[in-house]
Structures are given as C-alpha cells and as structure tokens.
Design a protein around this ligand. Structure first.
Ligand SMILES: NC(=O)c1ccc[n+]([C@@H]2O[C@H](COP(=O)([O-])OP(=O)(O)OC[C@H]3O[C@@H](n4cnc5c(N)ncnc54)[C@H](O)[C@@H]3O)[C@@H](O)[C@H]2O)c1
Length: 360
C-alpha cells in the first residue's frame, strides 16, 4: 500500500513520522508527502528519504491507496472529496469540515464510492480514555451522572479557529464516546475579548439522558500552566484522567451513604491504574490502514466526525442566542445510515495526548 500525507505542517509532520515508521516495519510500502509549501516538502521528504509532490491530484497516478489529510480545516472538504472520488481511502484530521453540510457530504461521498473514511478524533485512542471507556461499559463506575473536562493554557488565540472548534471538538466527541449516546440539549458561552471573532474561551454544558457534561476550554487561564483533564462521576465510583499522562487512570471509591436518616461520606480511597501504553496517533493510523484493508472497525468513522461538527453548530447557536438549544436526535449520528462494512473487527489500539499548545 502506498500511503500519502497531505499537509505536512505542525500536526501533519507527526503523521509523516508515524507513516514512515509503519513503512520501515513493512506495514505499508511507500510514503508520499504532499504540501503546497515546497521548502517544507523538500526538507521533510529528504530527511525521511521519501517522495514529495505539491499537487495532491497527482497522488492517484503514484499508486496511493490511502492518505491522511492534515491541511487547514477549511480545505478538508475539497481535498477529501477529490481523493475519495479518485478511489483513495482517507483519514481526515478533525474537525472533519468547518460546517456539518460539508462534513456529511464527505461521509456521503465515501459511501457512494465505497471508500473508508476515518476522522482524527485521536482521544478515542488515548490509552487512559480507552481503559476508562471499558470500565464504564462494564459498569464499574455505576450510572454515569457527571463529566467535567478542562483544557486550559495561556496563549494568543489562533487566527483561524477558536477554542470551541480547536479544543471543544475533542471533548464533545469524548462525552459522546464515553456515554455511548448523544446529548439532548447544549448550552454554550463563547468569549472573544482578545481577538475579535475568535473565541479564546468556550464553556459548554451538554445534557444527556441522566448525565451532564461540563466542558471548559480556554487559552486565557495562566493559573495551571497547561491543563487537560477529565473527571467522570458515577453512582459507584469516580474517575480522573490527566490527558498529559498518557495511560494513568485514577478511580475514587467515595460515596454519600445514608444511615438512620443522616447522610455521611464513605471514602474508601483511590486506586491508580496504568493502562497499556501506545502512542494514540500510531494507533489511529494503524487502525485506519487495517480498516482500509477490511481488517478493522474504525473507532472514529466519518459519521462520528460529522456529528461532532454538527454539535459544534448547536453550541454556536446557543452562544449566539444565549439560550440552551435542543439537539435533534439523528440516526446518522449513530452511523445507522452509513455503509455497512461486512468485514469489520474490533482492533485494540490506544495511544498519546496529541494536544500541545498551538495544537487543537
Ligand atoms: N488531532 C489533533 O489533535 C490535531 C492537532 C493539531 C491539528 N489538528 C488538525 O490538523 C489540521 C492541520 O493543522 P496544523 O496545525 O498542522 O496546520 P498547519 O498550518 O501547521 O499545516 C497545514 C499544512 O497544510 C499545507 N496545505 C494547505 N493547503 C494545502 C493543499 N491544498 N495541498 C497540500 N498542502 C496544503 C500547508 O502548506 C501547511 O504545511 C487541522 O485540521 C487541525 O485542526 C489536529
């Protein structure tokens, strides 16, 4: 399999590193780089000893069968559509597109052409989160009541996308992934006091059937250095994940008990577990390659990425109106109207925190 990485900038260069490692190991044959920036392309191509082209439309003639698209988000729709129509399977970085119409259009194009479409919701491959998901699914935490996540740092806001689309896109999807359902209502507040039109702080409350997810994203909190973490509170146990530690998960056995009409706290302490460690990006790309060969189920197929973009639009509407917005139930969000792949098996990847400042 010849594999291309289109867009070799900040994040795409990580895709290049992983793809070349997979080529060295023999998982894929050749890696071909594509970027409009010739200097960047030449530097990377010569340092990895691979070919580079500036025009992605040349990739089919070079025998490319699967590709990462890690170009700026507004270009995803055009590039992903052209590649899918040319018969290439694609892993598109998140957000899949900047509006849901384009995102679902990419999903439809993949289905029409029988191609594999993955979206780079990398936290679905984060080792601690994968472990937490397993524990939630087997009922270890009881009924999940509350999730609270924070991504704080102090930096100049990006010029193109704000905190909601850069950071919130991760946590909206993580909430859905962990709870295994879609929110019924979304409230969102956005602040753009620093760079007009680019939110530096995004605060979301997503209401699920019986659970609330509170999402705090900000590039204007100098208090913690960089903080990226998650608390999940269940009726039996609570969990804490610090995303900056790839594979550590803390479980708290604490609850309020009632005896003789009085409430008190019973605290059995915390347990710390280490999940098997694996770089998330490597797990994501390896799974995509396996899925492209019909040998794996995608954790983050196209409909997951499209639904995340859709939820960001609900959040934006809430921020614009100042009201909580009801979320329409969607069969498509569950993937039920997507192409069924007969040869899907669950793969067992996990991985690393991708977020660094300047990143999503
Ligand atoms: N999964 C994650 O955690 C994560 C982290 C960071 C970024 N991202 C996503 O990755 C994507 C890229 O982000 P970035 O920070 O690396 O951006 P970047 O600006 O550093 O890099 C983008 C690259 O794409 C190239 N490019 C633009 N148009 C092109 C075209 N038509 N053909 C070929 N190359 C083209 C540019 O020359 C540039 O080198 C974005 O969608 C972003 O949201 C995801």
């Amino acid at each position: 399999m010849n594999y291309a990485v289109i867009g070799t900038g900040y994040w795409g260069s990580n895709h290049v590193r992983v793809a070349t490692e997979l080529a060295e190991e023999g998982t894929i044959d050749d890696v071909i780089l594509c970027d409009l920036d010739e200097d960047r392309l030449d530097d990377l191509a010569s340092s990895y000893g691979v070919r580079g082209v500036t025009d992605y439309e040349r990739l089919p003639e070079l025998g490319v069968e699967a590709a990462t698209v890690s170009t700026p988000s507004p270009t995803h729709h055009r590039i992903a559509t052209d590649l899918l129509e040319a018969g290439i399977d694609v892993l598109v970085e998140k957000p899949l597109a900047i509006d849901s119409e384009d995102a679902w259009d990419i999903v439809d194009t993949a289905a029409e052409h029988g191609r594999t479409l993955a979206v780079g919701h990398i936290f679905r491959h984060h080792p601690a989160l994968v472990d937490l998901k397993r524990r939630i699914d087997r009922g270890e935490l009881g009924r999940i009541k509350y999730l609270s996540t924070s991504r704080f740092s102090f930096r100049a806001p990006r010029e193109t996308t704000g905190a909601l689309y850069s950071l919130g896109v991760h946590d909206v999807d993580i909430s859905n992934y962990l709870l295994g359902e879609q929110p019924e209502q979304v409230y969102c507040s956005l602040d753009d006091a620093v760079r007009e039109g680019i939110d530096e702080t995004a605060t979301l409350v997503m209401e699920y059937d019986g659970a609330t997810s509170v999402i705090n994203e900000s590039w204007q909190v100098p208090v913690f250095g960089k903080r990226r973490d998650l608390v999940v509170v269940g009726s039996e146990k609570a969990a804490y994940v610090d995303y900056l530690e790839d594979n550590v998960i803390e479980l708290y056995d604490s609850r309020v008990v009632e005896r003789d009409g009085a409430m008190s706290v019973r605290d059995e302490g915390k347990q710390v577990y280490e999940a098997p460690n694996r770089e998330p990006l490597r797990a994501e790309i390896a799974e995509f390659i396996d899925a492209s060969r019909g040998e794996a189920t995608l954790r983050s197929p196209g409909h997951v990425g499209a639904r995340a973009v859709e939820l960001l639009e609900y959040a934006t509407r809430s921020a614009e109106t100042g009201n909580t917005v009801g979320v329409a139930a969607s069969d498509r969000a569950e993937g039920t109207s997507e192409r069924a792949d007969p040869a899907r098996l669950e793969s067992d990847g996990s991985g690393t925190d991708p977020d660094s400042d300047g990143v999503a």
